[in-house]
Ligand binder design. Structure first.
Ligand SMILES: [Zn+2]
Length: 212
């Protein structure tokens, strides 16, 4: 693979957070916020099942998404030139939070077909349109495949599949198969203590074969 060290520092941190979320039993999504110079000003992860968290961090509920984790740290201010980097395309909740926080740019690694059509919100609402961020993504390749696959493993393990995974089936059947296989075996559990770059290295051939 060798790709991890070539990634933007923000992607490296977002991937690290996504893997940490997964290892701790949450949905594997990570997010990072950078300012106009590219400096990382915040990072977070999904915390939907966490029973404890640092002060001010959402956790243990359906709202504890990675992007929310980052955006909830922000004091009222101007974030038009900030970028939020997230391993999975923002859902309805997080797009609303991004619009409300006036963050100007969203970069996402994996697409989330569950929320197809959200872009049309800006057609029906002027305020949403005014603050709708520039959206850059999805990415391609093994890293993006990893970012798509990791949450799917959670849904297979905790909800027997789920709507998100079904939404992936038409265009990403190989990834859904890989996620289902990994959900049923201990490969990811054994890698739990490893840094995400080692996990990507280990899963690289599978991710490529699955369509990454
Ligand atoms: Zn979300």
């Amino acid at each position: 693979m060798g790709g991890f060290s070539n990634l933007d520092a923000a992607w490296q941190r977002a991937l690290t957070q996504a893997w940490r979320a997964h290892v701790l039993g949450n949905i594997g999504v990570g997010a990072v916020l950078t300012d106009r110079t590219g400096f990382i000003v915040g990072e977070g992860r999904n915390r939907v099942v966490d029973t404890t968290a640092p002060p001010g961090r959402l956790h243990g509920n359906y709202l504890a998404h990675a992007e929310m984790d980052v955006l909830a740290l922000l004091p009222v201010g101007d974030y038009e030139h900030h970028t939020i980097w997230t391993t999975l395309e923002p859902c309805l909740l997080c797009m609303s939070a991004i619009v409300t926080s006036h963050v100007g740019v969203v970069r996402f690694a994996a697409p989330d077909p569950l929320w197809l059509g959200l872009d049309r919100l800006r057609e029906v609402n002027a305020q949403a349109d005014k603050h709708w961020p520039e959206r850059i993504g999805p990415m391609t390749g093994p890293m993006a495949a990893f970012c798509a696959m990791l949450p799917m493993v959670w849904f297979f393990r905790n909800q027997g599949g789920g709507a998100a995974n079904r939404a992936y089936e038409s265009d990403h059947a190989g990834l859904v198969d890989l996620a289902q296989r990994l959900a049923g075996e201990n490969t990811l559990d054994v890698l739990g203590g490893e840094p995400v770059e080692a996990v990507l290295e280990r899963l690289g051939p599978d991710l490529v074969e699955a369509g990454g």
